[in-house]
Design a protein around this ligand. Structure first.
Ligand SMILES: [Fe+2]
Ligand SMILES: [Fe+2]
Length: 308
């Protein structure tokens, strides 16, 4: 099924075919293997820092993995709220669309539970506390204060990167913790349908929108990315303190700055740059939001260098 020409019935069928139970992906006796990295090197830019030992890099990689999983839990909070509204709009409408959107919503709540379980396993065995950005509800209400078209553009961006990270960097990477890889494989299986549903829902809004509404949505999409960037930078600063706690030492100020900057770049690349440069996302924008595509190069350059 082509990404740009999806339909609700096919999304529904695919969702039923790939569906999985939380208890089968994370059975009660699950353990994370802390002798292995969680994040692939291609996404973990601090692996190139000369100021860190290999033990310190391994710990920082796992801290990054913990926050990476948590950030999906975090953004899924607003996606659940938004998708429930899209499903509600189909009540007494197209039953395939209604079921596909209800499954989308249910799957995102299940993903949140998946990432909470991952967090519990991590905290049980990692050995020290890892700081995480707080207030998912506040961030959700900020995002939801924007127009539904802007919110959906951000959601499409995030669902595409979820898939791209797995396919480009995580899949087939034999050196990573196998449970971490499995979590993101199962996440990816269901996200593939979500991106198509975002495209379908976006089209309903775009078709009836005036030029000014489309321009407002594009402006708000960029505002949400900027706000998300601020949150990612806060997470990068927390990672430095978490690494010090894990290693039982304080780093010199210069090393702290290097770690924070490398982490900021890793988060920006993963969550912002990766979407803006993704060929599927760009193909979509070229056809439906060409004036946003024209801004992607400048935005990608800014975020790719770790600048807000
Ligand atoms: Fe998800
Ligand atoms: Fe999703």
């Amino acid at each position: 099924m082509s990404f740009l020409h999806a339909d609700y019935r096919k999304c529904l069928d695919a969702s039923e075919q790939v569906s999985w139970a939380l208890s089968s992906v994370v059975p009660p006796d699950s353990r994370l293997d802390f002798s292995k990295p969680f994040m692939p090197e291609a996404m973990f830019l601090a692996h190139g820092l000369d100021s860190l030992t290999s033990d310190e890099k391994l710990k920082l990689n796992q801290i990054f993995g913990r926050a990476y999983g948590y950030l999906f839990y975090f953004v899924e909070a607003y996606i659940v709220a938004a998708t429930m509204e899209h499903a509600r709009a189909e009540l007494y409408g197209d039953e395939h669309a209604l079921r596909a959107l209800l499954r989308f919503t249910e799957e995102e709540v299940k993903h949140q539970q998946l990432f909470l379980k991952f967090g519990d396993l991590f905290e049980r065995d990692f050995g020290s506390a890892v700081g995480l950005t707080d207030s998912p509800q506040e961030v959700a209400s900020y995002i939801l204060s924007k127009s539904p078209m802007a919110v959906l553009l951000v959601t499409l961006h995030l669902e595409i990167i979820t898939q791209a990270h797995y396919v480009d960097a995580i899949k087939g990477h034999t050196g990573l913790d196998p449970l971490f890889v499995s979590l993101f494989k199962h996440h990816w299986l269901e996200e593939a349908q979500h991106a198509k549903l975002d495209v379908l829902e976006l089209e309903k809004l775009r078709m009836g929108a005036a030029t000014e509404q489309i321009e407002t949505a594009i402006k708000e999409y960029v505002e949400i990315l900027d706000a998300f960037g601020g949150l990612l930078a806060r997470q990068a600063a927390l990672d430095v303190t978490s690494l010090e706690a894990a290693m039982g030492k304080a780093f010199p100020e210069e090393t702290r700055t290097q770690i924070e900057h490398a982490q900021t770049r890793s988060y920006y690349r993963a969550f912002l740059w990766y979407g803006l440069t993704n060929s599927l996302f760009q193909e979509y924008l070229a056809e439906r939001f060409p004036s946003l595509l024209a801004q992607c190069g400048e935005l990608a350059a800014r975020f790719g260098q770790g600048r807000l």
